[in-house]
Design a protein around this ligand. Structure first.
Ligand code: M6R
Length: 592
């Protein structure tokens, strides 16, 4: 949902650094890119397209200056074109702005500004910001005051980095409902939407809260609220390293992140003692409500099956974007568990705000210091490390691990806890199926429709498999409860529609096997996942991916999702799609 960067350096040119930093945010948007640097004038280069193509077209020597701002865009208002790419400027090219978020009242503000003579050159909501600041500065206000006044006029969400030729040597950042961090290097200062952008330069960061402003002046960082009062903020040491955010020899981040999953789960498991402490602190509750989007929603669905079977507790799962329409029944005895990799998903943050008024809230989050971690009453960190691929993989299995730890510790279920601790070994077994899956991908790369079926704990796995396929291969995939096919979708099944059946050993095994037979007798080709000694599946499936015979369905969602991630990944590669940057999508969705 757009990534922004700003920097003031001591004795280096800023343009190469800005480009390198913004490249780390490419997972947030990749339809356009732009840089503005400032010395005696503000110079801008921007274009539609990805950073690597942009880099080939521009000469960085034409962007002199030790300070600047940069942007990667995921279009919301206005097509992805050069004109709509950020930075945007005022009428006289003296103020430059990069923005992540949405200005909801931009149309009214734009017509007011146009009536008073301002000329616009893009279709974006963002462009009203430099013009508004220009109009306040024309009244004699300083840049800082003008920004403060502008924030009173605009409605919506924003993380902004702004510089003006009239106040050289200063970059101002301000945020409301979109993330912004300040990186503090040695006599060098950075602004960024997310930590990976600055990891090459510093491990010290300040996380800005809503309605806070930061002034970088090359010697220091000053943080104020929007009334101009100075605020003192903690400087955090970041424990993610630069190396963690590199491809390390893999062709794509997604493949690297799929392979990192056993380690990600090991790291999550290290949170056991924190979660034990949290369990002691949580007030009594008699109902659970999970809230999340996308892959995190699928982790929540596993949570529902788990909490209901282990704790026998009524458990709801609500899509965060539906929460404001359907969150009835929350009370002080409800524990609302919000799951989010980024901790910045706008829908989830909105739900968190609503839930905080009525219930105890717990956020399960990967990104340290993100908005959800600051707004929820309790937090569990998944500790999966930075995830750059747009498709969530390692953060999903880490979310699942956190949910298992929580449920098993709440329920005092030590046996399952022991098996959970062996999970990284089971995951290694799934990863060994990579070569087989690569071959399957070649055979199915031209398919147009897939169904994924599973029952109980395997139903969310089927949904997650379908989501991975859709988002990175552009093939239609539908995750369905296996028993539900006969109530409608069976009409779609024929020899052109393969069915991926998730059938771990356990309670649901025999019934899913029957559902697999049903689709097979309608000529569907079957790709089945199961225990490697499961003769019933082996004799029926066209493709059988077998592993981990001792994992039963309750713990199956972690090792069973891996072959589905690999299947989507290799089909994507076969179709010449970049799985790290699927079209129309962004890693962090900061708009509702
Ligand atoms: O950061 P979040 O977990 O809140 O993100 C929620 C979804 O946008 C996210 O899981 C999305 O569905 C994944 N990129 C899918 O792979």
């Amino acid at each position: 949902m757009c990534g922004i960067v700003g920097c003031i350096l001591k004795d280096k040119e800023s343009a190469p650094v800005l480009l390198e930093c913004v490249k780390k945010l490419e997972y947030r948007g990749y339809d356009s890119v732009g840089i503005a640097t400032s010395d005696k004038e503000i110079r801008i280069k921007k274009d539609q397209g990805k950073i690597d193509d942009f880099r080939k077209k521009i000469d960085l020597n034409e962007l002199p200056g030790k300070m600047g701002i940069a942007h990667v865009r995921w279009a919301t208002h206005g097509l992805p074109t050069k004109e709509n790419a950020h930075p945007h400027t005022d009428c006289n090219n003296r103020i430059a702005v990069v923005h992540n978020g949405i200005i909801e009242n931009f149309k009214d503000l734009r017509s007011e500004l146009e009536d008073s003579g301002h000329k616009f050159s893009s279709d974006t909501d963002t462009e009203i910001i430099p013009h508004l600041i220009e109009s306040y500065m024309a009244e004699g206000k300083s840049l800082e005051e003008a920004i403060r006044f502008a924030t009173r006029k605009i409605k919506g969400s924003y993380a902004l980095a702004i510089m003006s030729l009239d106040e050289p040597g200063i970059i101002i950042g301000v945020r409301k409902e979109s993330p912004l961090i300040v990186g503090i290097g040695e006599d060098e200062y950075f602004l960024a939407s997310d930590v990976p952008a600055v990891l090459n330069h510093t491990d010290k960061a300040i996380y800005l809260d809503n309605r806070e402003m930061v002034i970088l002046d090359g010697n220091k960082v000053t943080i104020k609220d929007l009334d101009g009062e100075i605020i003192s903020k903690k400087i955090h040491t970041i424990d993610w390293t630069e190396d963690m955010a590199k491809k390390q020899g893999y062709n794509h981040f997604m493949l690297k992140e799929i392979h990192e999953q056993p380690d990600a789960v090991k790291n999550t498991l290290r949170e056991e003692s924190e979660i034990r402490e949290l369990v002691k602190k949580l007030p009594n509750f008699n109902k659970v409500c999970f809230v999340a989007c996308g892959t995190s929603y699928h982790a929540s669905l596993v949570g529902k099956y788990l909490f209901e079977s282990i704790l026998e507790m009524p458990t709801d799962v609500i899509l965060a974007s539906e929460f404001e329409y359907s969150s009835g029944g929350l009370d002080e005895n409800t524990l609302v568990i919000l799951i989010s990799q980024s901790g910045e998903t706008a829908d989830t943050l909105k739900a968190l705000k609503i839930a905080n008024k009525k219930s105890e809230t717990l956020a399960i989050v990967n990104v340290i210091g993100s908005s959800a971690t600051r707004e929820a009453k309790h937090v569990i960190y998944t500790r999966a490390g930075p995830e750059i691929g747009v498709a969530a993989t390692k953060t999903y299995v880490s979310q699942l691990t956190s949910i298992y730890l929580l449920a098993l510790l709440l329920g005092g279920n030590e046996d399952h806890l022991k098996t959970l601790k062996k999970m990284p070994d089971y995951m290694e077994q799934s990863l060994k199926k990579e070569d087989q899956i690569k071959e399957i991908a070649k055979r199915y790369k031209n398919t147009w429709d897939f169904f994924f079926i599973g029952r109980g704990f395997s139903f969310p796995t089927a949904m997650e498999g379908a989501l991975k396929l859709k988002e990175i291969t552009y093939i239609h995939g539908e995750g369905y409860a296996a028993g539900e096919l006969k109530h409608g979708p069976l009409a779609l099944i024929d020899d052109d529609v393969p069915v991926v059946a998730v059938i771990p050993p356990g309670h649901s095994h025999d019934k899913t096997l029957s559902n697999m037979e049903e689709v097979k007798s309608r000529k569907a080709r079957i790709i089945a996942l199961g225990a490697d000694n499961d003769e019933d599946i082996i004799s029926e499936a066209h493709e059988f991916i077998g592993f981990a015979p001792d994992i039963d369905e309750m713990l199956s969602p972690i090792p069973y999702v891996i072959p589905l991630q690999l299947l989507a990944y290799y089909i994507s590669v076969e179709r010449n799609i970049d799985p790290d940057k699927p079209k129309n999508l962004a890693k962090c969705v900061t708009v509702e």
